[in-house]
Design a protein around this ligand. Sequence first.
Ligand SMILES: O=c1ccn([C@@H]2O[C@H](COP(=O)(O)O)[C@@H](O)[C@H]2O)c(=O)[nH]1
Length: 270
Amino acid sequence: MPEFNAFFETLRERIDREDTVVSVGLDADLDRIPEHLLEKDLPRWAFNRRIIDATHEYAACYKPNAAFYEDADGWRSLRETVAYAHGKDVPVLLDAKRGDIGNTARKYAELLEHVDAITANPYMGRDSLEPFLSKADKGVFVLCRTSNPGGSDLQDLELASGEPLYRRVAALADLWNERGNVGLVVGATAPAELEELRGEVPDLPFLVPGVGAQGGDTEAAVEHGLADGVGLVNSSRGIIFAGEDAGEDFAKASGQAAKRLRDRLNRYRD
Ligand SMILES: O=c1ccn([C@@H]2O[C@H](COP(=O)(O)O)[C@@H](O)[C@H]2O)c(=O)[nH]1
């Protein structure tokens, strides 16, 4: 079993030091950002800065989803956000779900020059992930059993061997973990699969989305999401929009929501 790489060691240090496995999802949706911020030059950055100020002491990492930044101002906002999170010593995991033929994946993998870890789609196989995997000091979270209702449509399909596809993905990800830089994405809405996968790949840390707005199982997320104490449980809308109706005080409510989630998850940690 390879040891954790630099990213996972940094994450482990952060988790231990701050006593939290909360991933704060920065899905800065312009349709939900408080109105008074919309006049700013970069509203998403203005929003994220306030959210980071209010939540960083409860955050093991920040997870911006690329979908909310894929325009010119969005990328500028994201760069400012990443620099600010780093200034608070919090790692950043970009939820980008990339993966393509090697030549294209090589360009996607350049995203890792700016962030500490990324989510990747394994559907096109090992060569499509190699450019990410070869960045030995970064983290690569491979989509395995996703939290959405349609996650079962393909991921649960039984292979000729009798095993479901998500289990094969987990086994492959374990093989791809030569550098100790691989984790899995497994949704909190699939607690049975979380438990099963923890048994299959005991050494891979999980990123567990789906608590909060999606109603996933927080206890299962913690009990099975961590490998040797390392793993992340993400909430995005449940934290960043907790103060949606609080006007100028919106970030305070986010800080309280992040603290509540941290405390709740910590009840299940060893
Ligand atoms: O299986 C998956 C993989 C990724 N996500 C992403 O996580 C957050 C969840 O947001 P919430 O507001 O906490 O529901 C979002 O960025 C998703 O794209 C996921 O939910 N499930």
